[in-house]
Design a protein around this ligand. Structure first.
Ligand SMILES: Nc1nc2c(c(=O)[nH]1)N[C@H]1C(S)=C(S)[C@@H](COP(=O)(O)O)O[C@H]1N2
Ligand SMILES: [Mo]
Length: 403
């Protein structure tokens, strides 16, 4: 809904975001995240032009480059509509021109026996697969950390579950004669125009993942049955099911099978898990495989007594989600919830429902998911410098008043 009240503020904030420009780009860039933190404090800006097509009611606009889905907009049907999916850009999105002729977009494939450029039109004849997969930012849940990690203060809404269709990367590799020996990483490079006068390594979006991730990965041109919108990486996006958002490179222009990880900052020192106060370094764990996670989506604040239906979403990250338990007494007791609807496979999330008989009063409602490998969400999650990977159930719980 349009918010006429904030005209004045709107100008101020749009101005601030504009001035931040490239600043807003680097979650881990050379610029620090101070400007970011300030923007995040007032997440009620209008939709930026390039994402005007989003459902404004469903979105929290943290900055021009960071939009979050509101917690009461996850729905129960399992798949999230594209116009409610979060947006996260390390650099300003490319110009609309790149989606004018989608089939003409080229990706350079390297580290294979017959390296070459392939257009989206050509990729469409090599193979097709479709997968439902959770796309989640590494910093989803950052706001719950007590140490105020720098970066966008995401709560639960930097995540969505959508269908992605495109060519399996394994089919592309086969088409090009197989891998060159000794290649251990799959490296994707984003197609943004880089700001001038800055060392490209400090800003380029280039991510490497272990080559094993290729098994389920796609070069995708379709999202929920439509061409991938520019904001979500169209004309062509790398989709690596089970891996954190940052590895799912948008507007991918180069796919290289490499011996080493990329030396871009976003790989070398960015998205590295380390203790609070410690700088990022290549020997720290990289944000690759996602962990098991869930959160309640309804009720969030208040509801009427009697049978109360508690809804939420649960996923296993790199593994299949097996079950999810719900507590209405802050984690003292747990009962298993029921999954709703179709099972879209290992990398999808599932909606759940749990019926609780609640008398008037105050309740702390929590959910705790289990994956098929015996992993469970922990009660608390060890803080890390940049606030990555939070799946602790206690911080994700909600306080609800039953009247
Ligand atoms: N080219 C490119 N790819 C990118 C990014 C980016 O800034 N540029 N951001 C990454 C990050 S950090 C996340 S969380 C996801 C966000 O995807 P979305 O904007 O489609 O939600 O894209 C990833 N891929
Ligand atoms: Mo992200």
């Amino acid at each position: 809904m349009p918010q006429p009240r904030s005209l004045h503020r709107r100008h101020f904030i749009v101005g601030a975001a504009g001035a931040a420009g490239v600043l807003a780009a680097g979650d881990e860039g050379p610029f620090g995240a101070t400007a970011f933190a300030q923007q995040s404090a007032r997440p009620d800006q209008p939709l930026p032009d390039y994402v005007k097509w989003k459902n404004e009611e469903a979105m929290i606009v943290h900055s021009k480059n960071t939009l979050e889905t509101k917690r009461d907009f996850f729905g129960t049907s399992g798949i999230m509509p594209g116009d409610e999916l979060f947006v996260r850009n390390n650099l300003p999105a490319p110009n609309e021109e790149i989606v004018a002729d989608r089939d003409a977009w080229e990706v350079s494939v390297e580290g294979v026996q017959k390296p070459r450029n392939l257009t989206v039109g050509q990729l469409k004849n090599i193979g097709i697969e479709t997968v439902a997969a959770v796309l989640q930012c590494s910093g989803n849940g950052r706001d719950f950390f007590a140490h105020k990690a720098s970066g966008t203060q995401w709560r639960v809404g930097a995540a969505g579950n959508l269908f992605w269709s495109g060519v399996p990367i394994a089919a592309v590799v086969e088409h090009l004669g197989g891998l060159v020996q000794g290649r251990r990483y799959m490296t994707g490079t984003g197609g943004e125009t880089l700001p001038k006068g800055i060392d490209p390594k400090t800003v380029i979006v280039e991510r490497s993942v272990p080559i094993a991730a290729m098994e389920h990965a796609l070069l995708a041109w379709e999202m929920n049955g439509k061409p991938v919108p520019l904001a979500h990486g169209g004309p062509l996006r790398l989709v690596i099911p089970g891996y954190y958002g940052v590895n799912n490179v948008k507007y991918v222009k180069r796919l290289a099978f490499t011996e080493q990880e990329s030396d871009a900052n976003i790989q070398r020192t960015g998205y590295r898990v380390r203790p609070v106060g410690v700088k990022g370094a290549p020997d720290q764990p990289s944000m690759w495989e996602m962990n098991v996670k869930s959160w309640v989506t309804h009720p969030l604040k208040q509801t009427e007594d009697g049978p109360v239906l508690i809804y939420g979403v649960a996923f296993g990250g790199i593994n299949t989600v097996k079950s999810v338990d719900v507590s209405t007494d802050g984690g003292k007791t747990w009962k298993q919830a029921r999954f709703l609807g179709a099972d879209f496979g290992r990398f999808a999330w599932r909606s759940f429902v749990f019926a609780a008989d609640l008398a008037p009063g105050s309740y702390t409602i929590a959910s705790r998911a289990n994956d098929t490998q015996g992993r469970t969400q922990p009660e608390t999650f060890e803080p890390n410098e940049r606030g990555y990977g939070h799946n602790g159930w206690r911080d994700h719980a909600v306080s609800v008043t039953v009247t």
